[in-house]
Design a protein around this ligand. Structure first.
Ligand code: AMP
Ligand code: GLY
Length: 422
């Protein structure tokens, strides 16, 4: 089988490495991929959002199966366009990807179908939004309706900050048209859990749970980032919590989408908070998480391609999805300065990697045979071990053998999870 993976970050590298383990997979193209992914797939210089070029390439190359990984091409209808020319895909249609593409859609979905989430109001008129934050409970959470590179959420600790956040989204349009509508919601507290799931619109199979570390600095301080590290499984996601999530969140969400004529097939990501009132949905993503995928897929023991094919064909109920009992830890090596300004172009040197470790390249390019840094989040180092403590230790140890100038990583990935275990 000839596969095409749309996307070009660490998540896509992890997907490609796992797909390569399948006996059925002969060749993988990555669009656009990156200099590190080029070790494992043939990279084709087509942007992940350039749907006409993606379709053209897939047709000419006679691709047998496509995986569309990032949110923007999914929301823009890449799967619809590829299926129109007869190429089976893993990923939702645009009418289901809206579950991430519009927060107003997803909040209204949860309200209509009684799926637990934070209380909220929607505004398309800035004056009304400003009026509302004058009396809203503080802290309050302000979210741009549309996609905003994972940065469209502002937690306002004071009324002044809430007003500023509303103005920045609705007047200054810091997230462009994504901020034309905003959701203002109740601030919830509790540990966060990410659960990625395979679903074909009828069956939902949660993958092993994970924990992201979104802030740039140790101790969960500093700016929000795309994610500085992950561990799996997440100790807060007990069997009891998992059961409650399946009954109150996962199945109701899948059934709600199907009942609206928007069956979701692909990977549905549940961003959850375990509050004193039980698990609640913080966000849905219409795709694999990054860097959650980098700890979840290494623990997958079943054939990823077979699962993806079954998902696309609506026969997920026939498939067994098995995960290892081990723990995994992923440390993101970033360019110093990320998520603000940072330098690029430093050579990445990769030394020996232990048997229980691996790495995925997120932001790098190949130039004259050298791998050079080319992004904020440069690469992900992952280790697997019997205990979480060992997985953390081994991921940090492995990260010492991959070096580049100006490298930065958080030193406390997994420490919060370890505390939950004592
Ligand atoms: P999101 O981009 O929706 O994942 O939001 C980014 C982060 O903001 C989440 O991971 C949470 O830590 C936080 N957040 C979002 N919504 C809420 C909420 N209602 N209450 C508390 N924290 C929230
Ligand atoms: N790690 C969070 C996300 O993928 O949205």
């Amino acid at each position: 089988m000839k596969l095409m993976v749309v996307g070009g970050g660490g998540r896509e590298h992890a997907i490609i490495k796992k797909l390569k383990e399948s006996k059925k997979v002969e060749k993988i193209y990555a669009l656009p991929g990156n200099g590190g992914i080029a070790r494992d797939a043939e990279c084709v210089n087509i942007a992940a959002t350039d749907i006409p070029k993606i379709v053209d390439f897939a047709e000419k190359t006679k691709i047998d199966f496509a995986v569309v990984a990032p949110d923007d091409p999914l929301v823009l209808g890449a799967v619809d366009a590829l299926e129109d020319i007869g190429i089976p895909c893993f990923g939702p249609h645009a009418n289901a990807a809206i579950i991430e593409g519009s927060k107003v859609f997803s909040k209204n979905l949860m309200k209509s179908f009684d799926i637990p989430t934070a209380k909220y109001e929607v505004f398309d008129d800035m004056k009304k939004a400003l009026e509302y934050v004058k009396t809203a409970p503080i802290p309050t959470v302000i979210k741009a309706d549309g996609l905003a590179l994972g940065k469209g959420v502002i937690i306002a600790e004071t009324r002044e900050d809430a007003e500023k956040a509303v103005r920045s989204m609705m007047e200054d349009k810091i997230f462009g048209e994504s901020g034309s509508k905003v959701v203002i919601e109740e601030f919830l507290t509790g540990p966060e859990v990410s659960v990625l799931s395979f679903t074909d619109g009828k069956t939902v199979i949660p993958m092993i749970s994970s924990m992201d570390h979104k802030r740039a600095l140790d101790g969960d301080k500093g700016l929000n980032t795309g994610g500085m590290g992950t561990v799996a499984p997440n100790p807060y996601y007990t069997d009891e919590v998992a059961k409650e999530c399946m009954e109150k969140i996962f199945l109701p969400t899948i059934n709600a989408m199907s009942s609206l004529g928007r069956p979701f097939k692909g990977c549905l990501y549940f961003g959850l908070m375990i509050t004193a009132d039980g698990p609640k949905v913080i966000e849905y993503n219409c795709r694999f998480g990054d860097p959650e995928t980098q700890v979840v897929l290494p623990l997958l023991e079943s054939d990823l391609f077979e699962i993806m094919q079954a998902t696309a064909e609506g026969r997920l109920s026939e498939i067994e999805v098995k995960f290892s009992k081990k723990n995994a830890c992923c440390v993101v090596l970033a360019s110093n300065g990320y998520p603000k300004a940072y330098e690029k172009g430093f050579e990445i040197k990769i030394g020996e990697i232990a048997d229980n470790a691996d790495f995925y390249i997120a932001g790098a390019k190949l130039e004259n045979g050298k791998l050079l840094t080319n992004g904020g989040r440069v690469l992900n180092v992952v280790a697997k071990a019997d205990t979480l403590e060992e997985a953390i230790k081994d991921a940090y140890k492995a990260s010492e053998n991959i070096t580049f100038e100006n490298a930065y990583c958080r030193k406390d990935i997994g420490q919060r999870a370890l505390k939950a275990l004592v």
